[in-house]
Design a protein around this ligand. Structure first.
Ligand SMILES: Nc1ncnc2c1ncn2[C@@H]1O[C@H](COP(=O)(O)OP(=O)(O)OP(=O)(O)O)[C@@H](O)[C@H]1O
Ligand SMILES: [Mg+2]
Length: 251
């Protein structure tokens, strides 16, 4: 099982890259894929045009005021995955808690259910793609547990580059289990910026996967609410993303 997460400053292209990686896996006929939207401001279902799905947060509401039975919860979790099944992949959407405390419970439940059902249970996914929220919160809260490969996306902004360093620092502080840190430049127009991102990645001991140019097709698909999985294979962004995934998978 390969668990790939996407992190970085807000708006840099985490969700977009996650969707392009998913398309690449589907196009190469990879089996058993789970995508997780762990951003409370969920966007992945929209980008993939997934409708009528259940959220982990909706499930948690059922248990409010009652004693949580872990076995029952685990069963419900498995049922939710079955109900959310899509063509070629499963999707797990964390959703948003009603209060800060509730959100913590969701994080905790996600982690335990994930470990119980997915990492050690009956589910045997080959690939898990996890779209994380912007910034460093998920790293410090350790919601991103079990991520082997963390892809940090940056755009051509100073804040984007600084966020890479903060993610690395916080990961070290909390002792995260991430095995490989990767850096991707997105919406990068110049060689100079791409070179600077590469330099920053190398200085932090991270692998630079390359940069994706600004792609008008991505803009069009977003604006017209089209399923990003349907983007033509000739798309510049898709072609680059595919190469990046191949580097991560070592093929
Ligand atoms: N290479 C690209 N070319 C053109 N537009 C892009 C590209 N990558 C992303 N975008 C656009 O940039 C915007 C932000 O992308 P996206 O939602 O993937 O970022 P994000 O990091 O997931 O944001 P958030 O932090 O809000 O979750 C979207 O409108 C998306 O369509
Ligand atoms: Mg996003």
């Amino acid at each position: 099982m390969k668990v790939i997460g996407f992190a970085g400053k807000g708006g840099t292209g985490k969700t977009t890259l996650g969707a392009l990686f998913l398309k690449s896996l589907l196009d190469s006929d990879r089996k058993e894929i789970l995508v997780i939207d762990s951003d409370p401001n969920e966007c992945l279902p929209g980008v993939l045009r997934v409708k009528d799905y259940l959220r982990l947060s909706d499930m948690v509401k059922k248990y409010q005021g009652k004693t949580m039975n872990p076995e029952q919860f685990s069963d419900d979790f498995a049922t939710m995955l079955v109900m959310n099944e899509q063509e070629g992949f499963d999707i797990l959407v964390m959703g948003r808690g009603e209060s800060e405390g509730c959100y913590c419970i969701i994080n905790h439940l996600l982690r335990s259910s994930f470990e119980r059902n997915i990492l050690t249970g009956g589910y045997s996914y080959d690939y898990i793609l996890m779209d994380c929220e912007a910034g460093i919160e998920h790293i410090s809260r350790k919601t991103s547990t079990s991520i082997d490969d963390l892809v940090i996306v940056t755009d051509a902004s100073r804040m984007g580059l600084e966020t890479i360093k903060r993610i690395k620092d916080v990961s070290a502080e909390v002792g995260s289990d991430v095995k490989n840190f990767y850096v991707v430049g997105n919406k990068v127009q110049s060689e100079e910026v791409s070179g600077e991102i590469e330099k920053a990645a190398n200085e932090l001991g991270m692998k630079y996967l390359g940069s994706i140019p600004y792609d008008p097709l991505i803009e069009e698909f977003n604006f017209k609410n089209k399923n990003l999985l349907k983007i033509p294979k000739e798309s510049k962004a898709y072609r680059e993303a595919k190469k990046m995934l191949e580097k991560i998978l070592g093929c």
